[in-house]
Design a protein around this ligand. Structure first.
Ligand code: SF4
Length: 61
């Protein structure tokens, strides 16, 4: 399963992905999203987070 990645330069710290998919995304120290070390890479919500990110900052590696 592909691992999601958040582009820290694009992320505007809106918090949507960590609300839509808390199994995978967390809010980092600067408010931007980070992928959890124990992220569930099979979570169906990953695609929802990708689709809802307003700046397209989430991609799959
Ligand atoms: S939805 Fe996109 S812009 Fe918003 S916190 Fe997540 S990665 Fe950042």
């Amino acid at each position: 399963m592909a691992k999601p990645k958040v582009d820290q330069d694009l992320c505007i710290a809106c918090g949507i992905c960590s609300q839509v998919c808390p199994e995978v995304f967390d809010v980092g120290p600067d408010g931007k999203s980070v992928v959890k070390t124990d992220a569930d890479l099979n979570a169906a919500c990953i695609q929802d987070a990708i689709d809802q990110c307003p700046v397209g900052a989430i991609s799959l590696e």
